[in-house]
Design a protein around this ligand. Structure first.
Ligand SMILES: [Zn+2]
Length: 114
């Protein structure tokens, strides 16, 4: 009973992790697309230099969107590099792990009758 409860709890935890990963992915894509859309739609705007500090508010927002895209692309490149490094290390270690497997009676399928 306790073991089954633990299994259900682990399943709920896995589901929560997947949901959080999906939410982060959706937010990442939405942030990228909306920033790019804002830049494309407002790149040829009429400058309003009557805003506070003498700057154009649209230009300030375009700059913020560009900075967001730069930071998101840097994060994506870093994540891709890390994933590629782990994949390369894993592929290098895989042939070694085949030779150093467990040589137990169960793995060797030895029957112990008698
Ligand atoms: Zn402007």
């Amino acid at each position: 009973m306790n073991c089954r409860l633990k299994s259900v709890n682990q399943h709920e935890r896995q589901s929560a992790k997947r949901l959080i990963a999906l939410a982060i992915c959706v937010l990442f894509i939405a942030g990228s697309l909306l920033s790019a859309a804002f830049i494309f739609t407002h790149i040829h705007h009429e400058h309003d230099h009557n805003a506070p500090n003498g700057g154009c508010t649209t230009c300030v927002h375009i700059s913020a969107a560009e900075n967001l895209l730069k930071s998101l692309s840097a994060a994506l490149a870093g994540a891709a590099l890390i994933i590629e490094c782990f994949s390369a290390i894993r592929s290098l270690l895989k042939p070694v792990s085949l030779n150093t497997g467990f040589f137990t009676l169960i793995h060797l399928k030895v029957r112990l009758n008698n």
